[in-house]
Design a protein around this ligand. Structure first.
Ligand code: CP
Ligand code: NVA
Length: 327
């Protein structure tokens, strides 16, 4: 398997074999890190990390992974560069590719990261766009594989806003790996038809399946993984909160959802999560709408079946694998 020079923009661009290769590499790098065996094979190289939206996990994962591999990093924060304001994406790509061996980009439309990659002669990695979050997918697949021992045949149900980056990406990831994906939410939040048809065609080849339902009991019955994400994503207007809370509350992941899924089901969330009122936005929403939790109850989030922190750690090992494989 040779992925040298490849961009990592969305999982649709990769075969199941290539995805498995990245997961295997991540496992190997994780094991070495745990044993204290250094893998600094990319000494002397540098990577640029562009964040047009904020981040904790993705930024830290890229910085630690790059450092472990022996590389230097430059972090460009949401306001601290010329990108988009005084300099086009095409020009930025050519400037950065002259100084760095790789470029990470987190921002808005998928088209922006695709354009960056078209103009860059070095690999570009997607650290989240409105449409896709592919590095998160590798972490999620690794976490599921570590827990269940395999991916094929795993039933994953996504609840909440399934038409945004996380719903879209999980649908693609499940289709690619022969898993059974369900979007369990109100019809307005189902993934776009075109992407769904594309995933159905892929699932046909891999033995997976794609299902959409508004029925919580049906959509979560006997599944292996219950997954959710925030109801309002970065970059969305403040005004949508009220509507989202009203429309998506029936799809909150709570004890009865987990019980319906069964005792072996696990809970996953890309994080950050609103599972209590201990955040600024959480407290504001709590006061405005008289609620104490949003997409997931604190009870489920803190339960033994919750894999959220394993998943967060795996962001680093999988991002390291992407950089090691493509550089
Ligand atoms: N899951 C995730 O991408 O987290 P950050 O926004 O903190 O990077
Ligand atoms: N849907 C979320 C994912 C965060 C990792 C967002 O885009 O804000």
């Amino acid at each position: 398997m040779n992925l040298k020079g490849r961009d990592f923009l969305k999982l649709l661009d990769f075969t199941p074999e290539e995805i498995n290769y990245l997961l295997d590499l991540a496992s190997e790098l994780k094991e070495k890190k745990k044993q204290g065996i250094p893998v600094d094979t990319l000494k002397g190289k540098n990577v640029a990390l562009i964040f047009e939206k904020t981040s904790t996990r993705t930024r830290c994962a890229f910085e630690v992974a790059a450092h472990d591999l022996g590389m230097g990093t430059t972090y460009l924060d949401p306001s601290g560069s010329q990108i988009g304001k005084k300099e086009s994406i095409a020009d930025t790509a050519r400037v950065l590719a002259g100084m760095y061996e790789g470029i990470e980009y987190r921002g808005f439309e998928q088209e922006i990261v695709e354009e960056l990659a078209r103009y860059s002669k070095v690999p570009v990695w997607n650290g989240l766009t409105n449409e896709f979050h592919p590095t998160q997918m590798l972490a999620d697949l690794l976490t599921i594989r570590e827990h269940f021992g395999h991916l094929k045949g795993i039933r994953l149900t996504y609840m909440g806003d399934a038409r945004y980056n996380m719903g879209n990406s999980l649908m693609v990831a499940c289709a690619k790996m022969g898993m059974h994906f369900t979007a369990c939410t109100t019809a307005k939040y189902f993934p776009a038809k075109e992407l769904a048809s594309q995933c159905e065609a892929i699932a046909k080849e891999t033995g997976g399946s794609i299902r959409f339902t508004e029925d919580v009991k049906l959509g979560t019955k006997d599944v292996d993984v219950i997954y959710t994400d925030v109801w309002v994503s970065m970059g969305e207007p403040e005004q949508v909160w009220e509507e989202r809370i009203r429309e998506l509350s029936p799809y909150q992941v709570n004890k009865s959802v987990m019980e319906n899924a069964g005792e072996n089901a696990v809970f996953m969330h890309c994080l950050p999560a609103f599972h209590d009122l201990k955040t600024k936005i959480g407290a504001q929403m709590g006061e405005r709408f008289g609620i104490t939790e949003m997409e997931v109850t604190d009870e489920v989030f803190e339960s033994l079946n919750s894999l959220v922190f394993e998943e967060a750690e795996n962001r680093m090992h999988t991002i390291k694998a992407v950089m090691a494989a493509t550089l």
